[in-house]
Ligand binder design. Sequence first.
Ligand SMILES: C[S@@+](CC[C@H](N)C(=O)[O-])C[C@H]1O[C@@H](n2cnc3c(N)ncnc32)[C@H](O)[C@@H]1O
Length: 475
Amino acid sequence: MSPERERRPSRPSRGRPAPRKQGPRRPPPYEDPARRVAFEVLRAVRERDAYANLVLPELLRERRLDGRDAALATELAYGTSRAQGLLDVVLAANSERPLDKVDGVVLDCLRLGAYQLLRTRVPEHAAVDSMVNLARLEGGSHVAGFVNAVLRKVSEKDEAAWLDELAPDPETDSIGNLALRTAHPRWVARAFAEALGDKGPELKAALEADDSRPEVHLVARPGEISADELAAITGGDVAPYSPYGVHLPAGSGDPGNAEPIRERLAAVQDEGSQLCAIALTKAPLDGRDERWLDLCAGPGGKAALLGALAKLSGGTVDAVEQAPHRARLVEQATEGLPVTVHVGDGREPELEPGFDRVLVDAPCSGLGSLRRRPEARWRRKPSDVADLTKLQGQLLASALELVRPGGVVAYVVCSPHLAETEGVVGDAARRAKAEVLDAREFFPGVPQLGDGPYVQLWPHRHGTDAMFCALLRRP
Ligand SMILES: C[S@@+](CC[C@H](N)C(=O)[O-])C[C@H]1O[C@@H](n2cnc3c(N)ncnc32)[C@H](O)[C@@H]1O
């Protein structure tokens, strides 16, 4: 169990106000760099829609935090972002002011404090006092009193007791109950339930796995370094399914510092992503097999894996990416490989058709990688899915025109949402009269793949992101 998910034993209910110190007192200067960094991450996410996993490493570098301070800042920033909806329910039950009337900076302090109280072993006085001090510095003494009062009330019970009191009745609303207990929006929990066909134990397992800190996965670039060598150098374990994968334990620090990554012999890539790219290369083809296309390539993880495999077999990869800055990332990721990067729209990429294999790793809701993007679950909206499915369908239709007759298209999304997965593929396959292959055959050794023909990976079953992969052959 990661420290972040360790629960403290129940506190006895005290129901008394915070003890007041005697005499005049001046706020001490705020000398808590880890909490300061966590607070700034939350503020950047809230105020400018920043990504926690991009802001945090920058701040850690800038403030020169490492070791225990960096670990605490990471746990508080990511854990609080991930649990935001759950924390807000508990805070709302203990605040006389509705949360939407609370100033954003004060709300960040409340959330950080509630996270420490409910989901870490940070002692109560440290959790409350640190946030009261921070609130005083950021908002003045009147808000410090408010933060103190709310957090003292929150501290009267532990997470389990608050959930028993506040979560919907599991008998009448099992999805709502599980959603709150695992800090997921209800619509995301419902999407998982629909994809799993289960509202009970398996949904619970899926949501719990999605509410924990994931292991970092690395990919060993084929032809440059083996997974065994990479595991030995990084201290990780060879992955169970991908022949190129290595797993690092959760909290192993910044993998970017590992030498094989600095030397571009390896990269960070979820094992599920590796398996989907590999599956595209394994589906059998009659005739030529040397021109591959990645239609949505940025930032280049799968393009680099496909490029390394193409180099070994004497093929080439064209990689299309609409966003110029992401196309530059693809160029960097594929340097030295037989990959040509094009900035363009995958729906009309102006490339000579007739590719042997095409990957459509379509832009998606990302509901399958919520573990790795702490704030994403609270930012995404159900309406995003409708906009995305239209684009996904158009990109898949384009791929089916760009591939040669007999060639194979892999449609991949990092989401289990049925509209983005089976819905998009069913429609596109029907329109193009494409043959749907049984993708399970090309995920050898991977258990629990259901009835096919599609593959849906899951964190609780496979330890990967919830990647979806369909393989289609053009007639
Ligand atoms: C899921 S990501 C691809 C991840 C990538 N395959 C990897 O493994 O690193 C989807 C990408 O598609 C790009 N994109 C969005 N709309 C596009 C379009 N119409 N044509 C091409 N690329 C597009 C996005 O900018 C984003 O970089």
